[in-house]
Design a binder for this molecule. Structure first.
Ligand code: AMP
Length: 284
């Protein structure tokens, strides 16, 4: 049975009652759970004895013109999925419980969080690092699993954990996709039928650049142009960025070398913003 912990006090008593020799795995989410989320629960289970997840649509990481109010919240279906998967506990706090009136402290990473989504969504990663550090302090997991789908989020959290000596091991789970390549996302349900039909071009743009890389192309600008050309096949896709970046620092690179590269894309389809990425192996 999944224990449903609806506030910090309930979480603290549940946590305090865990035997100290039990390894605790944690998967933070915003809910509207899909197979991508569930794959992280499986990974957390393999790395620990007890698995807890959280569902919290964090207002701090949404910009003023973003989709906070319409973000899907199918909580009954989510709980049923967690029960079926044998997840031990769900932390389901309210906004008021997480952010008491007068809270005035924020956590900010100032390098990895700046480009890509950080540039397009000011304040987004500050909201992410603030809530994730709070969740780590509350849950006190031994290991936490994040999806490679949000590669920049992974990089920012790994930095935060390293820089602030947070005692947790971070694991990344691979991207889970639909049969046609579209990365699973809670936001895919917003897509119109026409936009849904065009959306697999996002992954195809990454695969096409990867193929060129496999054939020997190492120039970042050329690889990006190849990817952008694929996106341009549908007039419905409005790219925000299509970038070749260092896989760890996310800094710009002129050529792909021994460290490999992260191909990262963000695009709008209608009012929906989708992201995807692909790691290129290094030459070393
Ligand atoms: P979210 O609910 O969107 O905040 O996502 C919660 C966690 O699930 C994050 O670590 C995401 O990176 C991860 N995630 C989202 N989509 C996928 C996917 N398609 N494959 C793997 N992990 C995912």
């Amino acid at each position: 049975m999944t224990h449903i912990l609806r506030d910090k006090a309930a979480l603290r008593s549940w946590r305090a009652a865990l035997p100290p020799d039990r390894r605790l795995g944690f998967v933070p989410t915003m809910g509207a759970l899909h197979d991508g989320h569930m794959s992280l629960m499986v990974q957390a289970r393999a790395a620990s004895d007890v698995v807890i997840t959280s569902i919290f649509v964090n207002p701090l990481q949404f910009g003023p013109n973003e989709d906070l109010s319409r973000y899907p919240r199918p909580i009954e279906a989510d709980i049923a999925r967690l029960e079926a998967a044998g997840v031990d506990a769900l932390f389901l706090p309210s906004v008021e419980d997480m952010y008491p009136q007068g809270a005035s402290t924020l956590v900010e990473e100032n390098l990895v969080s700046l480009p890509l989504c950080g540039a397009e969504r000011p304040g987004h990663f500050r909201g992410v690092t603030t809530v994730v550090l709070k969740l780590f302090n509350l849950v006190q997991p031994h290991v936490a699993v994040f999806g490679q789908k949000d590669a920049q989020q992974c990089a920012v959290i790994e930095r935060m954990v390293r820089d602030l000596d947070v005692p947790v091991e971070i694991k990344r789970g691979p991207i889970v996709r639909e049969a046609d390549g579209l990365a699973l996302s809670s936001r895919n349900i917003y897509l119109s039928a026409e936009d849904r039909a065009a959306a697999p071009l996002i992954f195809e743009s990454l695969k096409t650049a990867e193929k060129a890389f496999g054939a020997g192309e190492r120039d970042s600008a050329t690889l990006a142009a190849i990817g952008q050309d694929v996106l341009a096949r549908s007039g419905r896709i409005k790219p925000q960025y299509w970038e070749v970046r260092d896989p760890e620092s996310l800094g710009a690179i002129a050529t792909v070398g021994a460290r490999g590269a992260l191909l990262a894309v963000a695009a709008h389809l209608g009012t929906t913003r989708l992201i995807d990425n692909l790691l290129l192996g290094g030459d070393a």
